[in-house]
Ligand binder design. Structure first.
Ligand code: NAI
Ligand code: MG
Length: 495
């Protein structure tokens, strides 16, 4: 007979010798051009600025392509193309015809989903599992959803006469490049506007591939124009007099600057800015489920999420249990190659963002918080940050106040629901929040008291095109998604 201890040891040895086999997605499915122009008036044109910059793969620090840096004259050209398309064609088109184009775009995105997923992961560093299962399907879903509204605007806004407002200038960030493009373009077109969109400088490639989808869908030239470049290009778009509306998603700092530029111009503006969301776990919550929600809340997309649950509030009586389960779960996260289907946490989007995360984490240690990072082997090249949790955090610490936009969680505690509300609302932001509890009545009470545009209950980071998204306070104003998401793109006159 074999002694029990020996059997156990043998079993353990066998289990621990099962390494993950790499499961890389093939890069070959998508072709990347050596160089891109600007997509204006339905075709790619050389930038008048004659300037290009290099876009890279942040997981490998390898160049992927040369991207045009649009200057003032390029922006003006794109805005003129959008105006011509608006007055000449798009605003006169029957709404049901507009809808057909949106449906086509949605279907082509679905057909070409793998290409988009691979390209998104290569250019942005996010795990292929997320780009494949979240970003791309949701982008298609937004086009399907708003296609449905295009010819029903009178029903959407009873007793009003909805009409488009003209040319929309749209500026998007790098954390969900294709998805943010869809959030911006789908409602604008459904409402009858034309668009000039600027992707973020680090992640232009899926927006440029999207131009090929527009060609396939035979969208009339000039209805959507894509101009690439950094913040200077964005600033030109904001100040161009031919634009009727600006929609921006990005940092609170730039959002404020845009609001200053537009003050008094009569141009419409919506801003979707930063966040420092509270994820609140009560002692009656199903703990394993809550831990999954905490992990998804902060480590999803490397924490590059405006609505990330970056402040965890745990009720004191369950504190030890939650932290120990959380650390256990963190040690199973796989950090590495974004194209590997097993990867949970990919590359940090840029060197600049990695520096920002690193310096905020250093401030946390310096101010006296206790840091935990699971053992983790990082690739040699590329931008990486180990999933991190801070305990012993005071509300005054920078890591509890500032948006880190990385895989870094700050844990605080509370005793009563009122204390949780007070601490959760103690932030200049107000984008989102999470509540974990068995009690339905408590969920409703908390949702009413939390000053956040979205409150998730017993789940986190869940999105649906039918559900409006947006913030309070310094998280911005205006809503994207749902019926609310049409309003910024419509003039609603009394019928
Ligand atoms: P950013 O706000 O500078 O960039 C977002 C977009 O705005 C990009 O397309 C950029 O080219 C453009 N932009 C930059 N300056 C502009 C200007 N003066 N006028 C018009 N457009 C301009 O954000 P950045 O520097 O990439 O990230 C800094 C921090 O902002 C992050 O660490 C994060 O905390 C926050 N952020 C929040 C996002 C969100 O989803 N709410 C998205 C990206 C960043
Ligand atoms: Mg910036």
């Amino acid at each position: 007979m074999i002694p029990a201890a020996k059997v156990q040891r043998t079993a353990a040895t066998v289990v621990s010798s099962w390494p993950y086999a790499p499961a890389p997605e093939s890069k070959d499915i998508v072709k990347i051009a050596d160089r891109y122009g600007l997509f204006i008036g339905g075709k790619f044109v050389e930038p008048l600025s004659k300037q290009h910059y290099t876009t890279i793969d942040p997981a490998r620090e390898e160049p992927l392509s040369e991207i045009a840096q649009a200057g003032k004259a390029d922006v003006a050209k794109a805005v003129r193309a959008a105006r011509e398309a608006y007055t000449g064609r798009w605003s006169k088109l029957r709404p049901s015809e507009r809808a057909k184009y949106l449906f086509r775009i949605a279907r082509i995105l679905q057909e070409r989903a793998r290409e988009f997923a691979v390209l998104e992961s290569r250019n942005g560093g996010k795990p292929i599992r997320e780009s494949r299962d979240v970003d791309v399907p949701l982008a298609a879903a937004h086009f399907f959803y708003y296609a449905g509204w295009a010819d029903k605007l009178e029903y959407a806004f009873p007793n009003r006469k909805p009409r488009p407002i003209g040319v929309a200038g749209q500026i998007i960030p790098w954390n969900f490049p294709l998805l943010m493009l869809a959030w911006k373009i789908a409602p604008a077109l459904a409402a009858g506007n034309t668009v000039v969109l600027k992707p973020a400088e680090t992640t232009p490639l899926t927006a440029l591939l999207f131009c090929d989808v527009l060609r396939q869908a035979e969208l009339p030239p000039g209805v959507v124009n894509i101009i690439t470049g950094d913040g200077r290009t964005g600033a030109e778009l904001v100040s161009n007099a031919g634009v009727d509306k600006i929609a921006f998603t990005g940092s609170t700092e730039v959002g404020k600057a845009i609001a200053r530029t537009l003050a008094g111009t009569g141009k419409r503006l919506t801003l979707e800015l930063g966040g420092k969301a509270a994820n609140i776990v009560f002692d009656d919550a199903p703990l394993d489920q809550a831990v999954e929600g905490i992990v998804n809340g902060i480590y999803f997309n490397q924490g590059h999420v405006c609505c990330a649950g970056s402040r965890l509030f745990v009720q004191e009586s369950i504190y030890e249990a939650v932290i120990s389960k959380l650390k256990g779960r963190m040690s199973t996260l796989r950090v590495g190659d974004p194209l590997d289907k097993n990867t949970d946490v990919g590359a940090i989007n840029s060197k600049a963002q990695l520096e920002k995360i690193t310096s905020l984490v250093a401030s946390g240690v310096e101010e006296g918080a206790e840091i935990y990072q699971p053992p983790c082997k990082l690739p040699e090249r590329g931008y990486w940050f180990v999933p991190t949790v801070f305990t012993n955090v005071a509300q005054s610490y920078r890591i509890a106040q500032e948006e880190i936009f990385g895989p870094v969680l700050s844990v605080l505690t509370f005793r009563t629901p009122d204390e949780a509300v007070e601490k959760a609302n103690n932030t200049p932001y107000g984008l989102s929040a999470g509540v974990w509890t068995e009690k339905g009545s408590r969920i409703l009470a908390m949702a009413q008291k939390l000053r956040a545009g979205v409150v998730w209950a017993n789940t986190y980071n869940r999105f649906d095109p039918a559900s409006p998204f947006g913030g309070y306070k310094e998280s911005g104003f205006g809503r994207e998604g749902g019926l609310h998401g049409l309003e910024p793109y419509l003039a609603l006159e009394e019928a």
